[in-house]
Design a protein around this ligand. Structure first.
Ligand code: TMP
Length: 387
């Protein structure tokens, strides 16, 4: 049974950056979040139909930050270069470009990105991950040694089909490696903005192990990662494989945090509301003092924050983002203009809200002049504050 604990209100497509004349037709849905008593999964009460989010206009590019480019390069160096590798949700190829196109298959439903990896020489299936697709790939290419997915499995509403399709395509000793934001970190950081249409689930190791086991797989190792505000890299194999101690370590830590109990999430919902009130209060004060406040990084996370808190161009003058596909458009729902990053100093920016708070290290290095000259960042993670 699913029990709702959080209502993040009316939300648009988080990556649905739009032109002025598209505002009339904007799609909205109600973002409710629930706890599943049986599997312990945190999941949305209503799923947005995937083609509304993942299509030929998709704008999120995995390779936009050095942090992520380095992250995937590092992982690739630890994997067997001769392995047959398939990636689910290959985006602009930020992971697979570390492998030879000879043994590598990409699966990407956003056809604009599928075309890019195809042009780079990788066999690419411009489709959603389904059992039908796994069967087709099996027939043509045989079983795979490594199936990889980064920030993708938590995008897929039907986890049972996803995992059983993975199992059917994995070689006997093959490994399914996937990474997504960690529920433990969401609770620790109060980062409720990890929840948006594209993230219908936020995973604990406990819930994932329950769901994988139902489908003939089990977690054999867990690696805690810093990226995306704290993620877990899950290594899963067929049942009866050897299990590393990191699995029980993570599960027992999660039990200490109470991630297997509904009450934990009721308390989380109270902290989320507090965060909203604090952020509105801080931005309103900045406005009253005549300060210039912008937002740094037009992230999907900031779509959740701005729409939940009702923050629009009245409080945030504009958003900067390095992604060409987002520039010149308006942010989803609240319609704040998105511009290419200029110079915060020359623009007289006093405060920049960190939409991309998960890249704070990279941003601090890049913007040291702004900071040296008294410029400040605002974040809501783990609590609303000026940094
Ligand atoms: P993400 O948090 O969902 O990965 O999105 C990060 C967004 O922030 C992405 O659109 C790129 C953008 N970004 C910048 O505009 N400037 C930066 O310095 C960094 C690191 C990211």
């Amino acid at each position: 049974m699913r029990k709702q604990f959080l209502d993040l209100g009316k939300q648009p497509i988080a990556n649905g950056f739009l032109y002025k004349d598209q505002r009339k037709n904007e799609y909205f849905f109600n973002l409710g979040v629930a706890f599943d008593e049986e599997t312990k999964l945190i999941t949305q009460t209503e799923y947005v139909d995937p083609p509304l989010m993942f299509n030929d206009e998709y704008v999120y590019r995995g390779s936009m930050s050095k942090t992520m480019r380095d992250h995937f390069k590092e992982l690739s160096a630890t994997l067997d270069p001769k392995a047959k590798v398939l990636e689910i949700g290959s985006n602009d190829g930020v992971f697979i470009k570390n492998f030879s196109p000879k043994n590598t298959i990409a699966v990407e439903p956003c056809s604009n990105f599928a075309k890019e990896t195809q042009d780079m020489g990788y066999t690419t299936y411009p489709e959603f991950w389904t059992q039908e697709l796994a069967d087709k790939i099996h027939k043509i290419h045989g079983k795979q040694n490594i199936i990889f997915a980064a920030n993708c499995i938590c995008h897929i509403p039907d986890l049972n089909q996803t995992f059983s399709a993975v199992k059917s395509l994995l070689s006997e000793d093959g490994v399914f490696i996937f990474e997504d934001p960690s529920l433990a970190e969401v609770i620790n950081n109060n980062s409720y903005d990890q929840i948006y249409d594209e993230h219908p689930h936020v995973f604990s190791v406990i819930a994932l192990d329950n769901l994988l086991k139902r489908n003939g797989l089990q977690i054999v190792k867990v690696k805690n990662l810093k990226v995306h505000g704290g993620s877990n890299r899950i290594f899963a194999k067929k049942i009866d494989s050897k299990i590393d101690k990191t699995v029980e370590q993570n599960k027992s830590y999660e039990r200490i945090l109470g991630l297997d109990k509904f009450e934990t999430f009721k308390r989380f919902a109270i902290r989320v509301e507090q965060s909203k009130n604090d952020l509105i209060q801080l931005l309103t004060r900045c406005k009253e003092e005549g300060k210039t406040v912008i937002s740094y990084g037009a992230t999907s996370k900031s779509t959740t924050v701005f729409n939940y808190c009702g923050i629009g161009p009245n409080l945030i003058k504009y958003i900067t983002d390095t992604t060409p596909e987002k520039q010149g458009k308006l942010s989803p729902g609240m319609h704040i203009p998105v511009l290419s990053p200029g110079c915060l100093l020359e623009d007289g920016v006093d405060y920049a809200y960190l939409g991309a708070w998960n890249f704070i290290k990279e941003i601090n290095e890049k913007e040291h002049k702004y900071l040296d000259n008294g410029g400040k960042f605002i974040t809501h993670v783990p609590v609303v504050k000026i940094v």
